[in-house]
Design a protein around this ligand. Sequence first.
Ligand SMILES: Nc1ncnc2c1ncn2[C@@H]1O[C@H](COP(=O)(O)OP(=O)(O)OP(=O)(O)O)[C@@H](O)[C@H]1O
Ligand SMILES: [Mg+2]
Length: 511
Amino acid sequence: MAVRQGVDGVGGEADPVALAGGPPVSLRVDRISKSFYGVAAVDDVSVELHGGEIHGLLGENGAGKSTLCSMLVGLYRPDSGRIVLDGDEVHLRSPDDAAALGIGMVYQHFRLVESFTVAENIMLGRGTAGGRRARRAVEEQVDALASEYGLAVHPGAPVWQLSVGERQRVEILKQLSRGARVLILDEPTAVLAPHEADRLFDAVRLMVDKGHAVVLVSHKMQEILGHTDRVTVLRAGRHAGTGATASLTPAALNTMMFGNDLAGTDTTEGHTAQVPGEPVLTVSGLTVTGDHGRPAVDDVSLTVRRREIVGIAGVAGNGQRELHETIAGLRSPATGTVTTAALAYVPEDRLGTGLAPGLPIEHNLALRSFRREPHARRGVLRHRAMRETATALVDAFDVRGARDGMPVSFMSGGNLQKAILARELSEAHDVLVAAAPTRGLDIAAAEAVRRHLRSERDEGRGVLLFSEDLGEVLELSDRILVMFQGRLVGEFDRGSVDLDQVGLLMTGAAE
Ligand SMILES: Nc1ncnc2c1ncn2[C@@H]1O[C@H](COP(=O)(O)OP(=O)(O)OP(=O)(O)O)[C@@H](O)[C@H]1O
Ligand SMILES: [Mg+2]
């Protein structure tokens, strides 16, 4: 079959098991547990994944989803319990071990080498050094896989030229070409436009039809209900249940995720129109050169006033990052100016620019204020005051999973995001620039963040919101700007949004 074409003799690894005809793969975790700092992240969980199914994995932030997946791909070793593949217990000491057995994962943050081509990245994943013949074989295989699954990419293209959606396809092809029969996708649609997500799900459906098992980690209820065959829910590290998707409702899933307390929470809130005040952020004629020497932001002008939320809609990778990083002063513009009142900034790169990964939470929450009272007095840091501030912020923003002295890098993705928001909003500011502030948050946490953004506006500050989630931009914004290939290509007032038009502008399909 096509999956295996051209690989013979190229890679040095075990011959991947043929999918067609053979029995479908089965991967079972049996009473598996993993603790960090004496606290169980995954606690006595048993689940079985079958070839032929898309298996949704749900749970609030910090529930243990990533930890469970990390054990399945050999990144973490379980403290106890077993992993059983096709009836045999396996011991995974590394992701290479897992890959050799046909278990692969596509992480939310892609792990591609930007300066390498698609084919080179895929060869790298297989530990092949190359040579012309090997490269040709890989390119042919990539082409075959790409057309088999509808995951179009050009094998010779350097990765830095690719859109986010294309990079994700490369990651998936890399796993397939290594013979992955179990493919774990961690929040794969968080960075995709709606039509790209549909295309991804078409490809995933083809994979399971051919006998693969796919695990879909997602916080989007509609996605889980619309695209999976079965769902497993984790709550506080424990297995809250597994069921056929067709038999589950959003209410049932919410109860499994959050317990009864939150299940009935109304997550929609009315929009109260405000009269905007004076400008707090003005960008004029801004052009920013991207990491590859091309203009990433191209002649952008915009204004944010007090008492308004301005939303920037766009598919990731169209210059949004360069724009907000320049507004925040992390990049210098080639031309143009940014004029801003006191600014708070929630970056999208939580561990890179937002937090100091190796430091504990109390230091991270004081990163902007450690030189001042009450965190310092006469040049001496006051750790007790920092801890008190941290305790108050952790409480107010419901940051979970922080432990004394533990580096924040060990906290779950969603809780890191809450921590940055807590720090930034607690500093005096007139305008908030927030990049993908709810990405990776569970439903309850995302709604809490949206409430924070609305109250920012209602308290008289301005908000510039960047989000790939069009629904969120439409729900929150008073004005919507559409960004495509570095330019602002459309502007809509809240009342007069034409959804189809926004979608077309986002992907450059509009005239
Ligand atoms: N390497 C680590 N060291 C210490 N604690 C960890 C480590 N990895 C995970 N944890 C903790 O284990 C718990 C589960 O985290 P995990 O990342 O698995 O959650 P998650 O369900 O993936 O959440 P999210 O939706 O926010 O990504 C959290 O409390 C987290 O802080
Ligand atoms: Mg996670």
